[in-house]
Design a protein around this ligand. Structure first.
Ligand SMILES: [Mg+2]
Length: 418
């Protein structure tokens, strides 16, 4: 059946053991007097008589047993041309009775509209309702019935069947649409979830790469600021650190000292034992310096065999004491750290300057320490000299002149022991 035919389905099945009843139904639906009756029925149902259309004709099948009715309903469904209304006799002595027939037919085709044809002496309404339940697809037609009743019932129930079919079809189409949209949304959601996961992984990868770059940068920075042989700060980094410390010293009005340390007779170590031993000597002095200073102090290799210590928040007297301790330690330990067949005698000379001398720049502070170092070299090496401000006039407002002062006690004069 086409959809249009389904919308106007007027296929009717009559189930009655009495063949005379079949004839009656045939007469109602197909006899010559049908027109008049139909006009009456239509007038009753729709208000105004209209000529009968081909589409308004009923198609009638009659069987005499419930089992045969079931076979007809099954075939009709299979062929896609279901019955819309069944007129079913209640009392059928052979085979199923009317109620059982209705039960079986509804199991097969729940949409079938049913009219039970019954006499007063047949089963009471309560029994029918108990068996079939409350159901809006069921009507009772009391025998004997008139043609008009039958036609009215047939027209109304066929229309009801068609409307129910239409609603069911639209619901089914709506459900299918909802399912399609839901599936589409699910697919979109899956794609978005997948994209989101990719994005999260990419962000995590980027974070990891960024962290690795930061580590490498830190390492590069460290390498760029270090002297590769001794591990101390290189000259550039010392100068940067000194500039910072110098500025802080000025801002906070605290004293800052600079110590220049030079290995005595280093050239002869290189000449005598080679550069490998010379390198070890540099590493030995650097190790002694680094292990003896405070966390806030700065140790750098200033150039060749020369080291520079920056001592923030330190007085000249404290710096002198520290440098003297370092000098003694290097004299005692540094030679042992160099792997030679005999003990290498290693000493250093130190020159110290302080911001209290009035240096205007970090470079001037270094120059002043260099002056003191020069004096230490001149004074026979292996000693500490400071550049100390000495008041040259009779009162405190007189000129302050830096003068070199020896910290290391002078060795005993060999002449004295004689
Ligand atoms: Mg009967």
């Amino acid at each position: 059946m086409t959809n249009q035919e389904m919308m106007n389905n007027r296929r009717i099945l009559v189930v009655d053991d009495n063949h005379a009843i079949h004839d009656d139904f045939n007469k109602v639906f197909h006899s010559d007097i049908r027109e008049a009756n139909l006009d009456q029925a239509r007038a009753a149902l729709f208000g105004s008589p209209q000529p009968l259309q081909e589409s308004e004709r009923f198609v009638l099948d009659c069987v005499d047993q419930g089992q045969r009715a079931l076979t007809m309903v099954q075939s009709a469904l299979k062929e896609g041309r279901p019955y819309s209304v069944g007129f079913i006799d209640m009392r059928m002595p052979t085979g199923w009775d009317g109620l059982e027939t209705v039960e079986r037919l509804w199991k097969e085709d729940p949409a079938l509209q049913v009219v039970i044809c019954t006499a007063y002496s047949d089963q009471p309404w309560d029994e029918i309702r108990r068996r079939l339940g409350r159901n809006d697809k069921l009507l009772i037609l009391q025998k004997p019935f008139s043609s008009v009743e039958v036609l009215q019932l047939a027209s109304a129930l066929c229309r009801k069947w068609s409307l129910a079919h239409q609603v069911s079809k639209q619901l089914s189409e709506l459900n299918q649409l909802v399912e399609e949209r839901t599936a589409e949304l699910q697919r979109t959601n899956d794609r978005l979830t997948h994209l989101n996961q990719c994005l999260v992984r990419t962000v995590a990868d980027l974070d990891a790469a960024q962290a690795e770059i930061s580590l490498k940068n830190t390492e590069l920075e460290r390498l760029a600021s270090r002297d590769s042989l001794t591990g101390c700060l290189n000259r550039r980094a010392v100068y940067v650190s000194l500039e910072t410390a110098f500025a802080e010293s000025r801002e906070q009005g605290v004293e800052l000292c600079c110590v220049m340390v030079d290995i005595d007779h280093f050239k002869s170590v290189n000449d005598q034992f080679g550069h490998m031993v010379g390198d070890q000597a540099l590493q030995a002095v650097a190790a002694c310096l680094c292990s003896a200073v405070r966390l806030t102090d700065i140790v750098g290799r200033y150039g060749g065999e020369e080291f520079c210590l920056v001592l923030p928040r330190t007085t000249l007297a404290e710096a002198a004491e520290m440098a003297e301790r370092l000098r003694i330690r290097i004299e005692g330990e540094a030679g042992d750290r160099v792997r030679t067949s005999f003990k290498l005698a290693m000493t250093v000379s130190c020159g110290i300057s302080s911001t209290k001398l009035g240096a205007d720049t970090p470079l001037e502070l270094i120059d002043q320490a260099d002056k003191a170092l020069y004096a230490a070299k001149e004074s026979g090496r292996n000693c500490v000299m400071v550049l100390d401000p000495i008041i040259t006039g009779p009162n405190a407002r007189d000129l302050v002149e830096p003068q070199v002062q020896r910290i290391t006690p002078l060795p005993p004069d060999p002449e004295d022991s004689l």
